[in-house]
Design a protein around this ligand. Structure first.
Ligand code: MN3
Length: 204
């Protein structure tokens, strides 16, 4: 049984950057639906028993043909949103330690990382999709993916920070102004969590 993470903050904790209605609808409706549909698809399929969501999404080729698209979309929606909601905290916090060092090595400064991730999210993702900070070949990198895909489908499990670019992530508050949404998202990023993901990725 796949579960959503418990939201680690109140609905209004990310205001004014992400408002309470957006968080509530996104978590209680969209995220809930992806997770329920994913569980419905996986339930009773012997070959998927005991697999993690990550494992299923990294091995879609071996999934039953009639379930593959559903697993990809709903499993991706489930997995990506667990990462996304865990990636925010009230008021945000700054990168420290090894993460800060990795950011300096690759981007020079946090602002440059944010600029590149912003460009990817707002200019390269067309329609619904995601932008990502990932670890790739031992280095921080930026990636994008359509729909509910992620770098998992390219064999890379080292997802460090997601940016949800589906309209449902911002439309209630920002309407079409997705650039304002991405700037606001950067104000609530929980870099402590990103640092933990980097640590795990570098140990793997
Ligand atoms: Mn979403």
């Amino acid at each position: 049984m796949f579960k959503r993470i418990s939201l680690p903050y109140d609905y209004d904790a990310l205001e004014p950057y992400i408002d309470a209605t957006t968080v509530e609808v996104h978590y209680e409706k969209h995220h809930k639906t992806y997770t329920e549909k994913f569980n419905d698809l996986v339930r009773g399929v012997q070959s998927l028993k005991g697999m993690t969501a990550e494992g299923i999404l990294m091995n879609l080729d071996s999934a039953p043909d009639d379930l593959r698209d559903g697993l990809r979309n709903n499993g991706g929606g489930h997995y990506n949103h667990n990462l996304y909601f865990e990636s925010m905290t009230s008021g945000g916090n700054p990168p420290t330690g090894r993460l800060k060092e990795a950011i300096t090595d690759r981007f020079g400064r946090l602002g440059t990382l944010e600029d590149e991730l912003f460009q990817a999210a707002t200019a390269k993702v067309f329609g619904s999709g995601w932008a990502w900070l990932i670890l790739s070949d031992g280095k921080l990198d930026i990636a994008i993916s359509p729909n509910q895909d992620s770098p998992l489908q390219n064999g890379n499990p080292n997802l460090l920070l997601p940016v949800d670019m589906w309209e449902h992530a911002y439309y209630l508050q920002y309407k079409q102004a997705k650039t304002d949404y991405v700037k606001a998202y950067f104000r609530v990023v929980n870099w402590e969590i990103v640092a933990k993901r980097l640590e795990r990725a570098e140990q793997a």
